[in-house]
Design a protein around this ligand. Structure first.
Ligand SMILES: Cc1ncc(COP(=O)(O)O)c(C=O)c1O
Length: 379
């Protein structure tokens, strides 16, 4: 099987597994225990936390040190950011129209609690409309939070977060960014982005499933969304797992060590995939092709072909890809992201996402192109 669905999850790197096994073999116990064994676990956990903050471009020293709350992954971190930063009394939460279902779902929950939740429009290029953000900011005087992803999971299109952060600063409104697809694929620096909070998850960068986090400026007024424990400053109760945190730390540090080589390989494979497909299936249309994109994501439409049928044919022929977000898979509804981009129905109905990772090879991609063009022509 050629696995081109790496935006849904990535295989764990054996070097990450080795570090995690080392932790399990050392037998780290509960980091919240007061005895010496607990303190050993606490020390290793806190060192992973600090290293992660540093690698994500946060600050670890002094009064301004940033905070990292470990969560079970990106979905939980997004829920914590939106609901935890919204405050108790209803106000306005602005999100972009191309967010992941976990941000949309949290915003919908806030709407049920009486919040207004307007969406920032998106251009057909896949980039959000900053003029519309300006307009929304000027229209609402009770904005609690704005949430805009760093790069889209379906198209790979990178969003103008620094520009959005400048607008948020002027309006004195916190900005959250879902950086799940960008961390471990492109350089991400929390402080340079100028955001208040940033979501990431380990399993998208060859780390373990079951851990992610929310990186926060120290003064961000985060309220917990779960209760009954004092772990992580009572912001996210529950026993922390040292091995998962170390796995997350190892995955990100491996990316940092190999960032240039990995990005170059991903771009080479993506360009090969797109160039060869356009040559052999000239109707292919690459979504967001003219925008700045992550190096590993390619969303390609084959007008006239049914995406669901094509996905199944590819699966049977040995290529795994997806129709969009894994959190929306199982539904044959059109992608809300592509709809927000206002793409024509024949593009939306025929688009598939191919996402590459470090476990893919150029040879695999070349083979996948032959299989894809054969299946498209047979459809
Ligand atoms: C952009 C984005 N945000 C959030 C998530 C959710 O992350 P997790 O699977 O760790 O809950 C995903 C996963 O597909 C994603 O692509």
């Amino acid at each position: 099987m050629i696995y081109l669905d790496q935006n849904s999850t990535t295989p764990i790197d054996p070097r990450v597994t080795a570090k995690m096994v080392e932790c399990y073999e050392r037998g780290y116990l509960n980091p919240a225990s007061q005895h010496a064994l607990g303190q050993q676990a606490r020390n290793r956990l806190e060192s992973a936390r600090e290293h992660l903050i540093e690698m994500l471009g946060g600050c670890i020293a002094g009064m301004e040190a940033d905070r990292l709350v470990f969560t079970s992954g990106g979905s939980e971190a997004n829920n914590l950011a939106l609901i935890g930063l919204a405050g108790k009394s209803p106000g306005t939460i602005i999100i972009s129209s191309i967010e992941h279902p976990s941000v949309v779902g949290a915003a919908d929950e806030l709407a049920r609690r009486g919040f207004e939740t307007p969406r920032i429009r998106c251009h057909s290029s896949g980039v959000i409309d900053l003029d519309h953000l300006r307009e929304l900011i000027s229209k609402h005087d009770d904005i609690r939070l704005i949430s805009i992803m760093l790069a889209n999971n379906e198209t790979g299109v990178i969003q103008p977060i620094q520009e959005a952060a400048a607008l948020c600063h002027q309006a004195n409104v916190p900005l959250h960014t879902d950086a799940v697809q960008a961390v471990g694929k492109s350089e991400v620096c929390f402080r340079d982005l100028g955001v208040t909070a940033l979501t990431f998850t380990a399993h998208k960068l060859n780390g373990p499933r079951g851990i992610g986090g929310l990186l926060l400026q120290r003064d961000a007024a985060l309220e917990p969304i779960m209760f009954g424990g004092f772990q992580q400053l009572a912001l996210r109760p529950g026993t922390e797992d040292v091995a998962l945190a170390v796995g997350c730390e190892t995955a990100l540090s491996l990316w940092q060590e190999e960032a240039e080589a990995r990005a170059a390989r991903l771009v080479e494979m993506r360009n090969l995939l797109e160039k060869r497909l356009v040559e052999s299936v000239p109707i292919s249309s690459i979504i967001g092709a003219d925008s700045k994109r992550l190096p590993h994501t390619s969303n390609i439409a084959f007008p006239g072909v049914d995406r669901q049928g094509l996905l199944i044919a590819l699966d049977m022929a040995g290529v795994a890809c997806s129709t969009g977000s894994a959190c929306a898979s199982g539904s044959s509804e059109p992608s809300p992201v592509l709809e927000a981009m206002n793409l024509p129905p024949e593009i939306i109905e025929s688009a598939l996402r191919f996402s590459l990772g470090i476990t893919n090879t150029v040879e695999e991609v070349a083979k996948a192109v032959n299989i894809i063009s054969r299946c498209v022509k047979q459809d």
